[in-house]
Design a protein around this ligand. Structure first.
Ligand SMILES: Cc1cc2nc3c(=O)[nH]c(=O)nc-3n(C[C@H](O)[C@H](O)[C@H](O)COP(=O)(O)OP(=O)(O)OC[C@H]3O[C@@H](n4cnc5c(N)ncnc54)[C@H](O)[C@@H]3O)c2cc1C
Length: 377
């Protein structure tokens, strides 16, 4: 039986492990750098039908109904006065039991972990080197060395695997933006609310049936090298409060008061698509490519990529990187375009953008092409 090492117990690595668990044709181990997974985190995640379709194949429809929400629309608002610009009916892309879903990331991880035998998951396992002769020899920080036939790198945006393979070129780049994440209670709208401001946007969506909502804002911010690498800066309360006040003052919602448990982090994206030379090393999820977070496809693509990789291995085919590269380019262009359009500041540009938004949000052909293509798999 071929042996697979999965590096990283995030969304992609755990979903891949679920597919292996169901199939039983391979033996596998998951190596996770952290000493545990946070299953209490209250922040949210959006999953479009393409990933729900795949998750349902491993029993996601049985998840507690109280822990998930099915928003039907994305409502666009002008952040400064909360005036509605337009809406997009995302439920149009739902099919049978596969519906656009929002929930807490921790609930998704808990679901993905439930079918993985504990003895296959190794915490405190930080990959530091890879030697590739006949077999792949993986070296961990605790001096553990193990041999495998395949390596599936699902170690996220700061992928160590990628750094080992591509050195400096494997590092992501700062996206000149900062994310503020938080929780809101008792927000009035159970769909996805997207507020557009000058050089920022924020999104509020429900994450359970208990009046819990996720708040996420992406704010443009140029930082110098020293600031980016200073992780304490992003934990500094005055830095966080300044950012929140900055967007709060440009919105008629009292964000400073309403948003709780705020966390702040710099946004990094991949520099380019990179394919390893070794035929038995596969990058998946954010380790393969990390998108600007303005299209909410990161988690869904991490799941899709793991599924494509599993099918490739099963069918002894070599299409994985070809298919992934194509899909990645489609999503990257949409994510970058959204980021640009959401953050316009010149009033004339904003006026024209809003006219386009009103028209395109009701244009079937455009929606089928822009969203439908991505949401079908
Ligand atoms: C602000 C923001 C908002 C987002 N919102 C959404 C959203 O609404 N919808 C959506 O679809 N996506 C969203 N995303 C993106 C999404 O969170 C990611 O794309 C997704 O989590 C990637 O999954 P992954 O499994 O590739 O990586 P991760 O979930 O990051 O998991 C990687 C794992 O690898 C481990 N690891 C790292 N290094 C090593 C090592 N050397 N050895 C062993 N283990 C290691 C890590 O500890 C971690 O557990 C958002 C991202 C950001 C930044």
């Amino acid at each position: 039986m071929k042996k697979i090492a999965i590096i990283g117990a995030g969304i992609s690595g755990l979903f891949f492990a679920n597919l292996l668990e169901k199939d039983q044709s391979y033996s596998y181990k998951i190596f996770e750098k952290k000493n545990s997974l946070d299953l209490t985190d209250g922040y949210g995640i959006q999953l479009s039908v393409n990933s729900i379709n795949l998750l349902n194949k491993i029993g996601f429809q049985k998840i507690n109904a109280n822990d998930i929400c099915f928003p039907k629309k994305v409502n666009f608002f002008d952040a400064k006065n909360s005036k509605k610009i337009c809406d997009i009916d995302i439920s149009k892309f739902n099919n049978q039991n596969n519906r656009y879903t929002t929930l807490k990331r921790a609930k998704l991880l808990k679901f993905l972990l439930a079918n993985i035998p504990l003895e296959k998951l190794f915490f405190n396992s930080d990959l530091i080197d890879i030697k590739n002769q006949n077999k792949l020899s993986l070296h961990f920080k605790d001096k553990n060395i193990e041999e495998f036939d395949y390596l599936v790198a699902a170690d996220g945006i700061y992928s160590k695997t990628k750094q080992i393979l591509f050195k400096k070129e494997g590092l992501p780049k700062y996206f000149n933006s900062i994310a503020l994440r938080g929780n809101i209670h008792n927000f009035k709208n159970f769909d996805i609310s997207l507020f557009l401001g000058s050089k920022f946007h924020f999104v509020i969506y429900p994450i359970s049936q208990n009046q819990e909502f996720n708040f996420i804002s992406i704010i443009r911010k140029e930082l110098i090298e020293q600031e980016i690498s200073n992780r304490n800066l992003f934990k500094d309360n005055s830095f966080i409060n300044n950012l929140l006040n900055q967007i709060s003052s440009k919105s008629n919602l009292n964000l400073s008061k309403e948003v709780k448990d705020i966390k702040c982090f710099p946004i990094f994206v991949s520099k380019k698509i990179q394919v390893p030379k070794s035929k038995n090393i596969f990058l998946t999820g954010d380790a393969f490519y990390s998108f600007p977070p303005s299209f909410a496809q990161g988690a869904s693509q991490s799941i899709e990529a793991a599924n494509e990789l599993f099918n490739d291995l099963k069918n002894n085919s070599t299409n994985y990187y070809k298919i992934r590269t194509l899909k990645t380019k489609q999503i990257n262009s949409r994510s970058s375009f959204n980021h640009f359009a959401f953050h316009l500041s010149n009033p004339l540009n904003v006026f024209i953008r809003d006219i386009f938004l009103k028209y395109l949000s009701k244009n079937k052909t455009f929606l089928e092409n822009y969203l439908g293509k991505i949401y079908s798999n």
